[in-house]
Write a protein that binds this ligand. Structure first.
Ligand code: SF4
Length: 453
């Protein structure tokens, strides 16, 4: 039995750091069917499909589609979907939202439907909310759901085993829970006082630190969730208003055995997971026989204040030098803007569609850096600049909530996911072009060499 397999079969609550391509999903499905009941939690609908595909040879696993995925009325509404859905149900304005599919229909049809598009279509045709069908299957022995489902639909009963795949995705969920409160929504005496602090900050009369102090003091005299979040320090602001983290961090599933899987597990992720799940976790790292070779060239940086035409030129020259002829090379840039600036100096021909050979370009977090499988001719991944996320107020709030450098973590995660495209194949190499890569902790499945001149 392989290492991941035996860890998943064990009774302990564990968090596993394993390289991309280690077969995490396959082993998750196998171990689920060894228990009386199990839930596999994944990031996206396409990952749910992957679990369904793997499970075919073991048994039936029921997909728990979220309301947003199968809603025939409002699934295109972004972050406001859940409040819109609540309002539709409360007002009873749409027939869809108040009538349900019959038990016979659910029994005969839902069990065999594996495509959420079809469910949406059924909802449209019969003018009934298809979500009620999903609800009747939450007690099934084996289920797969997204993080969105688990966080926002807390009706899943206890399972013997719960596996959270790609656990780092929780950071995105926390980020999307941050609420923006525009200035004009701040009402009453305290709201007026906060508004005047924010105005002074916008004019440069107060530093960020001073403004934060004053807002916290005002909130001490206020009541309600917003005030509580401010007093806890779970807030940030910009010229448009306040950003608040209002929710408790809870994944509400009872279990006798919990497994978390991710490609990169720094210690703050272990602490965060323990806090959210209310359990003690033991971290295990799967170190492959042959680690992924990665070279770090720290002679350049994409650090914003050091960007110049000269720096873009240096990046272009380095990329041209590291490109392997007669193979596929993936070059990953921190942003489209940075990519365009470097491309104007590059001599190598580039493409935005994968082929067996050539220089494929993408930005960090783009479709070729995670998800889509690339041809086996991929020999090198060049990460041209450390891909930090834009420092939004949401990111500042999350850094406070989890007390860690989340921006740096996201940059490393994007880098690691891009390197994961190499699948640890022989004769492949990752190249990291930024001096900041020299000062960070990389996962143990990477063998890093500093080649800075
Ligand atoms: S109740 Fe159902 S049909 Fe109505 S908005 Fe919500 S998910 Fe859509």
């Amino acid at each position: 039995m392989g290492e991941i397999e035996s860890l998943l079969f064990s009774k302990d609550n564990i968090i596993v750091e394993a390289f991309p391509g280690a077969g995490k999903t396959k082993y998750a499905v196998q171990s689920a069917f060894q228990r009386k009941s199990a839930l596999i939690v994944v990031r996206t609908v396409s990952e749910m499909f992957e679990v369904l595909r793997f499970s075919k040879s073991y048994g039936t696993i029921i997909p728990l589609w979220s309301r947003r995925t199968i809603c025939p009325l409002a699934s295109s509404i972004g972050t406001a979907f859940y409040s819109t859905c609540r309002a539709y149900r409360k007002l009873g304005r749409y027939e869809h939202c108040i009538s349900q599919l019959s038990d016979e229909f659910v029994k005969d049809v839902y069990r065999n439907i594996r495509n959420p598009e079809k469910l949406r279509l059924i909802g449209t045709t019969y003018k009934k909310c298809p979500y009620n069908a999903v609800l009747r299957f939450v007690s099934s022995r084996y289920c797969v759901a997204t993080y969105e489902y688990v966080l926002l639909h807390n009706e899943i009963p206890e399972k013997e085993l719960v596996i959270y795949d790609e656990f780092h995705h929780l950071i995105d969920m926390i980020m999307s829970a941050v609420e923006h409160i525009p200035y004009k929504m701040l009402k009453g005496r305290e709201g007026y006082a906060i508004r005047s602090v924010l105005k002074k900050y916008a004019k440069g009369e107060l530093s960020r630190y001073e403004a934060e102090e004053r807002i916290t003091r005002i909130a001490e005299f206020m009541e309600g969730e917003v005030a509580e979040s401010i007093v806890r320090g779970y807030f940030s602001f910009d010229r448009s208003g306040l950003y608040i983290f209002p929710q408790k961090l809870v994944l509400p599933i009872g279990t006798s055995s919990t497994k978390l899987l991710s490609a990169f597990v720094p210690s703050f992720i272990v602490r965060l997971a323990e806090k959210i799940l209310g359990i003690k976790l033991v971290k295990h790292t799967i170190v492959p026989d042959r680690k992924q070779d990665v070279v770090i060239d720290g002679s350049v940086t994409s650090l914003y204040r050091e960007r110049s035409e000269d720096m873009y030129k240096q990046y272009a020259e380095l990329i041209d030098m590291y490109v392997i002829p007669d193979a596929l090379n993936l070059v990953v840039f921190p942003s489209y803007d940075f990519m365009e600036k470097v491309l104007q100096y590059m001599k190598s021909e580039t493409t935005r569609k994968p082929a067996d050979k050539g220089v494929l370009i993408d930005v960090a977090g783009g479709q070729y850096t995670e998800g889509v499988n690339l041809p086996e001719t991929l020999k090198t991944v060049i990460v041209a600049g450390m891909p930090y996320p834009v420092p939004t107020p949401e990111l500042r709030v999350v850094e406070k909530v989890v007390s860690a450098k989340v921006g740096e973590y996201i940059a490393l995660l994007r880098t690691i996911q891009a390197l994961g495209r190499l699948r640890l194949r022989e004769d492949t190499v990752g190249i990291l072009l930024d001096k900041r890569f020299l000062d960070v902790e990389l996962p143990e499945w990477i063998n890093a060499h500093d080649i800075t001149c």
